[in-house]
Structure formats: C-alpha cells, structure tokens
Ligand binder design. Structure first.
Ligand SMILES: [Zn+2]
Length: 88
C-alpha cells in the first residue's frame, strides 16, 4: 500500500497586520513573508507560523554614545515585543 503525504496547502492570504500586501512571486517559498509595522529600528515580519522581529541598526556592533538614542532603541524594542505578543 502506498501512502501519499500531501503537503499542507500554502496560505497566501495576508494577515490583518501585513502592511505590504504586494508580494512578489520570488518570495513564494513556503508562502509570502509578511511585513508588519516598524518600531524605530525594529521591524516585525513573519511567514507561515513564524513571527519575529528584525533589528536594523547598521553593523552587527553598533556604537551608541547618546543615552537618549539608546533609550529610544530600548523603547522601540519594548513596543515591538508587545506587538509580537499581541499578534502571535
Ligand atoms: Zn502580506
């Protein structure tokens, strides 16, 4: 007896939080990567069953002299974490 394993159908529909519904065909691997809101240096994105944050502050090691700037990054990260918790 042959058992066929069917792949779960890919859901191409954007979740409510997706802010860029114009997905290119090139990103359709396991489904589109959806882009949520940006919180300063933090952006949130996700695909099928994977919602995560990306922090873009330039190089891997970032020199931040200003406590104000550092405090703003920290506040952005807290807001992004709260968004992830609310949308998972
Ligand atoms: Zn989308």
């Amino acid at each position: 007896m042959t058992v066929l394993q069917l792949k779960k159908p890919i859901d191409y529909a954007c979740p409510d939080w997706c802010e860029n519904p114009d997905h290119s065909p090139g990103e359709l691997g396991d489904g589109p990567l959806h882009y949520g809101p940006e919180f300063g240096v933090v952006s949130v994105q996700g695909g099928a069953g994977d919602l995560h944050a990306m922090i873009g502050v330039g190089d891997d090691t970032v020199f931040i002299e200003s406590p104000t700037t550092l405090r703003q990054h920290a506040a952005d990260m807290v807001r992004a974490a709260e968004w992830l918790e609310a949308n998972r």
